[in-house]
Ligand binder design. Structure first.
Ligand code: HSE
Length: 336
């Protein structure tokens, strides 16, 4: 049995989802991969709990549910005032799991990689803004840097582009990559108001903490840049052309329905170009997804068209991508 230790940084919706999957599927991972996954530290915005023997995840989830933060933990574990950069430096663990929204997380990702630790993240800005530096450091240090859940949650578009299609040259990618906007547009097609639909998306935990990033197309732009970084080369986010769904009225949506069309927030990625804008599509078009589904249509020279579709947001759906990366990092890391 290979034992792997994790530092879980971030204990909001996604962090709790990751803890639940590790707790509930521990036996499955032991049997299928010979991996015993142990979480040795958990950090939320108030505190870090740390136990080299492994934290009782059931209890951690209960404390978080009952009290809202880890600083109220009882006497059993020591509570530390460690921030993510300190955790990366001081806690002995094999894999750093970043499920925060920290815009400056690339600094401590680099620190972790330089210390020989694998990094798994669902946090988009580091992969959007510091891609080259992070990937070069991971390569130099020979440790995995994995970010499946940054685009399409657990639906494996990143693995598809990074670990398959080696012979193909990608020509373009058309994607519907933001679950919140599709969910809102879809609810409005069914007669709900924009405000009601947004509230529902927030209750389901699919909208970003600041939903203007979803509505304004920034989140879809981040995802487009990440796909560009992998399929082509690092792209400057400032050069992306972005329009959100703010200007789409309830009246327009009802008119669409009469004509057999739907509007979706589409991201187009081509070499040197990332564009996000609402596009009208026939209801039977492959990009006309519903609910929180995401889709990407990849055009390449040899294969032609390839469509990948699946869940693009949600707690367990995002945990699927994060935990999949944790397992991959654990299996790939030689020194474990
Ligand atoms: N807010 C994002 C979305 C979550 O709606 O797609 C997943 O990245």
């Amino acid at each position: 049995m290979k034992e792997v230790s994790l530092s879980l940084i971030g204990f909001g919706n996604v962090g709790k989802g990751v803890a639940e999957v590790i707790l509930n599927k521990n036996q499955y991972f032991k049997e299928k991969y010979g991996l015993d996954i142990k979480v040795v530290s958990i950090t939320d915005s108030t505190a870090t709990i740390w136990d080299p023997e492994g934290i009782d995840l059931k209890e951690a989830l209960e404390i978080k549910r009952s009290f809202g933060s880890l600083k109220f933990w009882g006497s059993e574990y020591d509570i530390y005032d460690l921030k993510p950069p300190d955790v990366v430096e001081e806690v002995e663990s094999d894999v750093i799991v970043d499920v925060t929204n920290d815009k400056n997380a690339a600094d401590w990702h680099l620190k972790a990689l330089n210390n020989g630790k694998a990094v798994v993240t669902s946090n988009k800005p580091p992969v959007v803004f510091r891609y080259r530096e992070l990937l070069e450091t991971a390569y130099k240090k020979n440790v995995p840097y994995l970010f499946e859940a940054t685009v399409m949650a657990g639906t494996p578009i990143i693995s598809l582009l990074r670990n398959a299609l080696f012979a193909d040259s990608v020509e373009r990618i058309w994607g519907v990559l933001n679950g919140t906007t599709t969910f809102i547009l879809n609810c409005m097609e069914e007669g709900m108001s924009f405000e009601e639909a947004l509230k529902k998306a927030q209750e389901l935990g699919i909208a970003e903490r600041d939903p203007s990033n979803d509505i304004g197309g920034i989140d879809a732009g981040y995802k487009g840049v990440i796909l560009h970084n992998i399929a082509f080369h690092p792209f400057d986010f400032k050069k992306a052309s972005i329009e959100g769904i703010e200007r789409i009225s309830e009246k327009e949506i009802q008119e669409n329905i009469k004509k057999g069309t739907v509007t979706r927030l589409v991201t187009l990625v081509e070499n040197g170009k990332v564009e996000v804008r609402p596009i009208k599509l026939p209801t039977n078009h492959p990009l006309a997804v519903k609910g929180t589904s995401n889709v990407a249509l990849i055009e390449s020279d040899l294969l032609g068209e390839l469509v990948i579709k699946g869940a693009g947001a949600g707690v367990k759906e995002t945990a699927s991508g994060v935990v999949s990366d944790i397992i991959r990092a654990s299996l790939e890391t030689k020194h474990l």
